[in-house]
Design a protein around this ligand. Structure first.
Ligand code: NAG
Ligand code: NAG
Ligand code: NAG
Ligand code: NAG
Length: 517
């Protein structure tokens, strides 16, 4: 499941999709450099849509909406399209209940997305909570997406890949028994229930103890399964029949990462492009083409349509009527507790009474971008209530924030570091330590925050926070925060804007703008 392409084992997973291009004969001389997208999109499943564009489905675990979708016309430039799972309706844990289990690391794991020509329908299939395999469908990648079926309790298509055969039969390949066995299931004609299941291979056939990240393809009449041993090796298997027997061999073994300090690329997808016979792995890259980060490679396809979704940008919430897909909530939001308006921008009303950032609903997150990401947010704090905490966090299973604390009638800037949950269970271990507090003048209405980090695998893993009272002069606060690099949370740091109550609901903050750079 750990889809981490690159920084596997490093844990401060900025999961960067890579393109492994076999230099295509007759290709344009245009070049690109890896990684093609320096962001956290684990478990890619890339396929071609009816418009000839490429669609990239990824995991995002407990973030809502779930299962992000990206699009590209040239396999190099990507834009955010939407999500396959509008809301994580997989149990109350996904709503951050005040008591009881939360869904950290639940939700979407390695899953699959395909377009089915025969009924012009997109299918997303994935297993949640190690228990139920869901099918979501949509007429377009942008949606609307429908929770169409579950394939029955106890049937977990772990790390699954969908193949829609030439005769329209739908096959799904997946791992079970902790990665020690691989099954192929044929779905019923509507794709919404199981017709037949066979065990088709065991990783022991290639000397591996487990495999994950399964994909299935039919190329020139032959069936291929692509999967990987976590952290090291990609395998390819072939058979004349979808049911086997499959013969396997390593496709890429312990390939050096093109990102300094990154793990071996090992999980990916195969794409057949119209212009060349060469197949391409957005990652892992082909062994014969070991390239350093920054080393230009020939572009696999000519640049097609320009994309209109820049990865770094400023969002003026006063001009928006809905949240762009680049934003994801920590667990499902309470939709009655946020609103967009031309006057205030985004209003975040407190949605939880808690002392725990990880128990607070309606924390809005955005991925970090590139090697040295930063974020800035402009907050109206004039409607905060006694006991409220609002601000900007570097967020994962160990977090740090700079924010405003209101206690009684006084406001202060507060830098709080090391809010921690157990990376396996999601249980809160540490509410964080107040590193610095700066009293604010009475009547302060607006506060700006900035945060920056070194997100390189080989970097110093430091984050820094600043505040400003005029949006121009920023003051460092809290000192330097050491970013955590454990791997078991499966996702890297994000920026997060939060507002929660420690005493009673009723307060709110206005978020006028949010900038990712
Ligand atoms: C096409 O997809 C829909 C899901 O939107 C499904 O309900 C329907 O049965 C499918 N039709 C066929 C012929 O498979
Ligand atoms: C995989 O197939 C085997 C053999 O048919 C079966 O015993 C097992 O239950 C299947 N596993 C899943 C998760 O469907
Ligand atoms: C496809 O299969 C045919 C028949 O086996 C073979 O002659 C041909 O070379 C194959 N094409 C490719 C691209 O592998
Ligand atoms: C952060 O919190 C965890 C859990 O309480 C603790 O083990 C760790 O030492 C703390 N780190 C720092 C730098 O305080």
């Amino acid at each position: 499941m750990l889809k981490s392409t690159l920084l596997a084992g490093l844990a401060f997973l900025v999961n960067t999709p890579f393109l492994g291009a076999q230099a295509a004969p007759g290709c344009t001389p245009k070049t690109f450099t890896n990684p093609v997208l320096y962001e956290d999109f684990p478990d890619n499943d890339i396929s071609t849509g009816p418009d000839g564009a490429f669609y990239f489905s990824a995991s995002n675990f407990h973030y809502s909406p779930g299962a992000p979708i990206l699009r590209s016309y040239d396999l190099v430039s990507w834009e955010f399209v939407g999500h396959s799972i509008p809301r994580l309706n997989f149990g109350d844990g996904y709503n951050l209940p005040a008591t009881g289990e939360r869904a950290y690391r639940g939700g979407t794991w390695a899953s699959t997305l395909r377009y089915r020509k025969s009924n012009k329908t997109w299918y997303w299939i994935g297993c949640t909570n190690f228990w139920i395999t869901w099918v979501f469908t949509a007429p377009n990648p942008e949606g609307p997406w429908t929770q169409a079926a579950n394939l029955g309790g106890g049937v977990c298509f772990y790390d699954n890949g969908l193949l829609i055969d030439d005769d329209d039969t739908m096959y799904v390949v997946y791992t079970y028994d902790g990665g020690k066995q691989v099954n192929v299931t044929q779905l019923a004609p509507d794709g919404l229930s199981i017709a037949r299941t066979e065990k088709v291979l065991v990783p022991g056939q290639v000397g591996a103890d487990s495999v994950e990240g399964n994909r299935m393809y039919k190329i020139n009449g032959t069936y291929y399964i692509l999967n990987d041993h976590p952290g090291s090796t990609a395998y390819v298997w072939k058979s004349a029949s979808p049911w086997g027997p499959y013969e396997g061999k390593p496709l890429a073994d312990s390939v050096a990462s093109p990102v300094p300090g990154g793990g071996a690329p090992h999980q990916g997808s195969l794409i057949q492009t119209p212009r060349a016979t060469g197949r391409r792995l957005p990652h892992p890259r082909h062994q014969r083409h070991q390239r350093r980060l920054g080393h230009p490679l020939p572009a696999p396809l000519p640049a097609a349509k320009p994309l209109n979704f820049p990865w770094t940008r400023s969002y003026a919430f006063t001009a928006l009527t809905s949240l762009p897909p680049t934003f994801e909530w920590n667990h499902n939001p309470d939709t009655s507790k946020y609103a967009l308006s031309p006057d205030t921008g985004l209003t975040l009303s407190t949605a939880s009474v808690t002392a725990d950032l990880y128990a607070a609903r309606n924390t809005l997150t955005h991925r970090v971008h590139g090697e040295f990401p930063s974020a800035a947010v402009e907050l109206d704090v004039s409607r905060m209530a006694d006991g409220d905490r609002a601000g900007l966090a570097a967020f994962r299973d160990r977090s740090a924030y700079v924010g405003v604390h209101r206690d009684g009638t006084s406001l202060q800037i507060a830098a709080v570091f090391n809010q921690t949950i157990d990376e396996w269970s999601g249980t809160t271990l540490d509410l964080g330590t107040l590193k610095q507090a700066v009293p604010l003048p009475a009547g302060t209405k607006k506060v700006w925050f900035r945060a920056s980090m070194d997100a390189r695998a080989s970097g110093d893993h430091k984050a820094r926070f600043e505040y400003s009272l005029d949006g121009a002069a920023f003051v460092a606060v809290g000192g330097v925060y050491d970013l955590y690099t454990g791997w078991a949370f499966f996702l890297g740091y994000r920026w997060a804007v939060f507002n929660y109550a420690t005493k009673a609901l009723g307060g709110s903050v206005g978020v006028a703008s949010f900038t990712v750079a």
